[in-house]
Design a protein around this ligand. Structure first.
Ligand SMILES: Nc1ncnc2c1ncn2[C@@H]1O[C@H](COP(=O)(O)OP(=O)(O)OP(=O)(O)O)[C@@H](O)[C@H]1O
Length: 237
């Protein structure tokens, strides 16, 4: 079943040049269409400036497109009501490239992972503790890591914390925006293997955005190439 359908999505940026009083159009994305099925991973491959982050932000609800529709679970997201938007924020989570800037350095691992749980669930302190312990184990860390601060962790460990936070609410879809690009090769593979395992275990779908052909080929079920804002399917495996 289709989980996410993008239909002819276009977003252009206008840049005002104050002194010349002139407006030029930035690239963004042009007429992008794709379908992402439940339980699968669609890899979006593109060079720097191709429009990958623009597309990711549109899917996350952070950037309304100029035209086109984005349908998630049968609902036209940018035309939906407040309740549907709240559910959208819960059902679609994100993991960004830079694990350190994605977290508050003054928060412990427990507080980082607990944030979405505290926003959306009512849990006692004991329930929260055991939920976080379970999440840490799911991503290959241990319960004792919950008292650590980001600076006490490696980039790979902290990216696992970000993944634990992203899966805490069992989202239907996770946008992975260059999630392993800043990690070394061995850690990249470990993290991708963990994400694959989570896909099987909790049935999450992924939109995997990357410039790295080998990572996308290794991880994604279907691949599309984003080139200067236009998307073309490459096929699947
Ligand atoms: N806020 C903005 N204002 C004007 N132009 C923008 C803005 N954000 C992005 N762009 C332009 O839109 C195009 C796509 O940018 P985007 O960040 O989506 O690309 P990307 O594929 O994610 O690149 P990278 O991999 O380098 O992050 C680029 O030409 C960029 O300069």
């Amino acid at each position: 079943m289709s989980l996410l359908i993008a239909n002819k999505i276009t977003k252009t940026y206008s840049t005002s040049w104050w002194f010349r009083k002139r407006t030029s159009e930035g690239k963004g994305v042009k007429g992008v269409s794709f379908t992402l099925d439940e339980g699968t991973c669609l890899g979006i491959l593109g060079e720097s400036g191709a429009g990958k982050s623009t597309l990711g932000r549109i899917v996350l609800g952070l950037l309304p497109p100029d035209s086109g529709t984005l349908t998630f679970n049968g609902i036209d997201l940018y035309k939906s009501n407040r309740n549907a938007r709240k559910q959208w924020r819960r059902d679609i989570q994100v993991v960004f490239q830079d694990s350190y800037s994605a977290v508050n350095p003054r928060m412990t691992v427990r507080d980082i992972i607990a944030e979405p749980l505290r926003n959306y669930e009512r849990m006692s302190s004991q329930e929260e503790r055991s939920a976080i312990s379970e999440l840490l184990e799911l991503v290959g860390l241990v319960g004792d890591d919950m008292s650590k601060y980001p600076k006490q962790m490696s980039g790979g460990q902290l990216q696992r914390v970000n993944i634990a936070r992203a899966i805490a609410l069992k989202p239907k879809l996770i946008v992975l925006d260059e999630p392993v690009s800043s990690l070394d090769m061995i850690i990249q593979k470990q993290i991708l293997d963990h994400l694959k395992h989570l896909k099987e275990k909790i049935g999450t779908s992924y939109l995997f955005i990357s410039h790295d052909m080998s990572a996308v080929q290794y991880f994604a079920d279907h691949i599309a190439i984003l080139d200067q804002g236009s998307l073309e399917a490459l096929g699947g495996r």
